[in-house]
Design a protein around this ligand. Structure first.
Ligand code: CU
Length: 136
């Protein structure tokens, strides 16, 4: 009954399953990953930031042959009721000059800002460079 009730609720613009992979080398940027859920109307993610990082950028990883590179994303479309993943090997948020007090297990606040004015904060857990993604 509870599951049915959840499925019939209108979709809501949200982000969950957030985590931040700390850099292997201190001082390098960390990478944030999460899953976006579209609401009842199409939306556009225009920035993701954190109060514990000086600067944050949305990136997309690309691979051509053995060359890996990243491109800067100015915005990311979040269609109504869609699921948009930021995951290793693809889209991610790079966190530059992060507070050195953030350690494995720390909670990192991520602030999501959308073109329609919606803004919310979700918490992400910090994991070490070699850790597997946290269980959902
Ligand atoms: Cu990047």
């Amino acid at each position: 009954m509870l599951a049915l009730a959840a499925c019939s609720a209108p979709p809501q613009l949200d982000a969950d399953h957030g985590y931040v992979r700390l850099p292997a080398v201190k001082g390098n940027p960390a990478a944030a990953y999460f899953t976006l859920h579209g609401g009842q109307a199409d939306a556009t993610l225009i920035s993701v930031g954190s109060t514990v990082a000086i600067r944050a950028e949305m990136h997309e990883s690309m691979k051509s042959g053995s060359m890996a590179s990243m491109k800067l994303l100015g915005q990311v479309a979040v269609p109504a009721a869609a699921t948009v993943d930021f995951a290793p090997g693809g889209r991610h948020v790079m966190l530059f000059d992060m507070n050195p007090g953030i350690k494995r297990g720390s909670i990192v606040p991520l602030v999501f800002q959308f073109g329609n004015g919606v803004r919310f904060e979700r918490k992400a857990v910090a994991i070490a460079a070699g850790d597997p993604p946290p269980e959902e």
